[in-house]
Design a protein around this ligand. Structure first.
Ligand code: LLP
Length: 431
């Protein structure tokens, strides 16, 4: 099937991470997110090993926890002695709650408030990824009051269009993120850092976009960044310790997406980076990447129960599920492709083409259109594959729908990693 943690057992049921998904539905209810922790660990260590081997000892991935943030995920990254990218005080809090060593955290965000900065400094976050001059001045002010020097990276925009979906494309000159190289703002911000006390500049960050399969956009971005780094070296004798290239490679959501070998891609990219450094005559900085999607997407899956089915003759068919855009808004937002299967009838003929509809009072609440599945009956289990990234982390309570639990599976054993929200939880904040 799509990924190696998926198979069909002798009962014709979908197995995920060695567990029968219909059994999970019986035991824990639906909808539910399942997370294959073994695959999370494997994916992250693939990046760790390949980056170290091909890009040098100090090169490493940071897990972009915006893709999937809950206490248990930070514990997994801790097991591998890994680093994380956090983008909000909520992610920071969750990592602290997991007992994560915050010196291994890189704190992002294009508009950190004074309180966010105070929180990061209090928790001894290793690196702030500074987006703008306002934030730089505030970090310096607060760090000096605490008598400490904060390590930072500067976020700059290389001006690259990686040809991915416009809403997940962030490296273009007119982006809301970082300081553009092309307009000279990045150099100005760099000069400002040099005269700012209580901050220590360790390097530069760029992120061009998400769901990118080829090395070329990363290599192009790296080239622009390295040219910038070479210019700073020549003009200001500045030594760059880290070049952070941002988010990781793309993920296979459907059979139409390519199968990619992350270690092989990292090896290829490392060769390209080495050549750029030779061209500019500079020592290669340590390389950082921030994969989120490619660490957790295929390690996740969502199970739902089918309720009503509608056949609107001459038009289209619908199969409705007990979840939808509240647990997975990605089709509504980006028309993202997904693979949907009937988990309890994997060997039946897929002769019913339909739209998978959610339960919200909103016609755009769809999970996928033109899906071929066996004609469902009420109570069948629908599995949507590869939902580990940007599903739970983007879930909402629209229509007062409680969020599903996360059932984590480690070595074939399921357990509740995040419990199901209750109706009482929904009212818990109401005065
Ligand atoms: N680093 C930075 C600075 C980022 O902005 C992102 C993603 C990443 C790393 C992780 O990229 P990844 O390896 O996951 O591709 N909600 C959208 C995705 C938004 C991505 C935002 N930034 C979606 O559901 O597709």
């Amino acid at each position: 099937m799509l990924h190696k943690n998926l198979s069909v057992n002798s009962a014709g049921h979908l197995e995920f991470a060695g567990v029968d998904t219909t059994e999970i539905a019986k035991e824990y209810g639906t909808p539910a997110y399942l997370v294959d922790e073994n695959l999370v660990l494997e994916n992250f260590s693939t990046y760790q090993k390949a980056m170290k081997e091909y890009m040098g000892e100090g090169s490493m991935p940071l897990f972009a926890s915006k893709a999937l943030s809950y206490t248990g995920i930070y514990r997994l990254i801790s097991e591998l002695n890994g680093c994380i990218d956090i983008v909000s005080p909520g992610e920071l809090y969750t990592a602290v709650n997991a007992g994560f060593d915050m010196s291994r955290a890189f704190f992002h965000g294009s508009n950190k408030t004074d309180a966010d900065i105070a929180f990061g400094l209090k928790e001894n976050v290793g690196y702030f990824v500074v987006d703008n001059v306002f934030e730089l001045e505030e970090i310096s002010k607060q760090a000096s009051a605490l008598g400490k020097t904060q390590k930072i990276l500067l976020r700059v925009t290389p001006g690259i269009d990686p040809h991915t979906h416009a809403k997940i494309n962030t490296g273009k000159v007119d982006s809301k993120f970082g300081a553009p190289i092309e307009t000279g703002i990045a150099e100005k911000l760099f000069c400002k850092v040099l005269e700012t006390p209580n901050v220590q500049l360790e390097g530069f960050h760029s992120h061009i976009g998400s769901q990118i399969f080829e090395t070329e956009p990363f290599s192009d971005a790296a080239r622009i960044m390295l040219e910038f780094i070479a210019m700073l070296h020549e003009k200001y004798q500045f030594e760059t310790n880290y070049l952070n290239l941002g988010g990781g490679f793309g993920v296979r959501y459907t059979e139409d997406d390519p199968v990619i070998d992350y270690a092989e891609r990292i090896k290829k990219l490392s060769g390209e980076i080495r050549e750029h450094c030779e061209d500019f005559g500079i020592k290669q900085p340590n390389i950082l990447m921030e994969p989120g999607r490619s660490i957790v997407a295929a390690a996740g899956l969502t199970i739902y129960e089918i309720g009503s089915t509608k056949e609107i003759e001459g038009f289209k068919n619908y199969a409705s599920i007990d979840g939808g855009m509240t647990d997975n808004p990605r089709y509504a937002l980006y028309q993202s492709p997904y693979t949907c299967v009937l988990a309890n009838r994997m060997n039946d003929e897929c002769d019913f083409v339909c739209t998978i509809a959610g339960r919200c009072c909103e016609s755009g609440d769809l999970i996928q259109e033109n899906v071929a599945i066996p004609k469902p009956t009420r109570g069948d289990i629908l599995a949507v594959l590869v939902t580990g990234a940007y599903n739970y982390s983007m879930a909402s309570n629209y229509n007062r729908v409680p969020r599903p639990p996360i059932i984590a599976i480690r070595d074939g054993k399921p357990r509740v990693a995040v419990r199901r929200e209750t109706y009482a939880d929904l009212c818990a904040l109401d005065a």
